[in-house]
Ligand binder design. Sequence first.
Ligand code: PHE
Ligand code: FE
Length: 312
Amino acid sequence: MKNGQPPEDENSDQDPHTVESLGVTSYGASTRAPRGDYSRNGQVKADYTCAQDYAGYTEADHDTYRRLHARQSALLVGRACDEFITALPALDQSGRAAHRIPRFDDINERLFKATGWQLVAVPGLIPEVAFFTLLSQRRFPVTDWIRTPQEFDYIVEPDIFHDLFGHVPLLFNPVFADHLQAYGAGGLKAHRLGACEQLSRLYWYTIEFGLIQQQGQLRAYGAGILSSSGELVHALSSQAPQRIALALLRAMRTRYKIDSYQQTYFVIDSFSQLFDMTAPDFTPFYRQLKNMSELAADASLAEDERMSPRLN
Ligand code: PHE
Ligand code: FE
């Protein structure tokens, strides 16, 4: 996952072998090694979860979180879907506005009561099957490290701000919470059917970068948009990307870029439309997709139902 525009020099100093030896998949085709300490003196469990290293955060880390939270909260009004705005205060430490990195245990008390979900700490990106397994158990993996101040506007993979601020508010919504668990179970099935890539694309274009039509306006519900100040404005208001009404097979055929703003966003009319669309058994769709070509991230088809950006 990314946030903002790529910097001049991408992390090219990392050992690409780490990816293979860990079996870690990042989103899309990437040879970058995942960042994060996956050994932690043997403290990372077989399911890739670990303890949130709260004592490891510096004052600078807390300050980075506070500044990201403040900038993003101000931008979200009228741009994030209502469900997200309603749930956002649940991240705050015991009712006080977030000035420090939240403790997962603190959020878990409220989250478990609300929807039966739990946050679990992970050292960074984890393999697809491990990821989908956790979702199917209503356990949401949250990266525990935070970006450096130099990465304030851009980071190519999920850090705690993306995972927590971007994803966790909607986990407080009971219907959305069930939807994410169904994704987990669906991901395990897709893995058995050799269709992980197809389901991951749908996840990317909905959970990470989804747009929704709400109150007569285009708004964002995807975590990758909601955790990025630059992409929030780009996704809603720029003339550059295309916006297309979500169609299941269309999204599952479309490749995506992990290191730039998206060129295509898929738009839903309502969450119930999304839930109804994803409720059927995907097995026949995966079979159909085997005979269909993939589409480039900026492909445009005659059947696409295109939508205009917002004026502001
Ligand atoms: N219905 C999908 C299947 O049978 C699983 C799924 C549910 C996928 C919800 C996405 C969201 O594979
Ligand atoms: Fe994400």
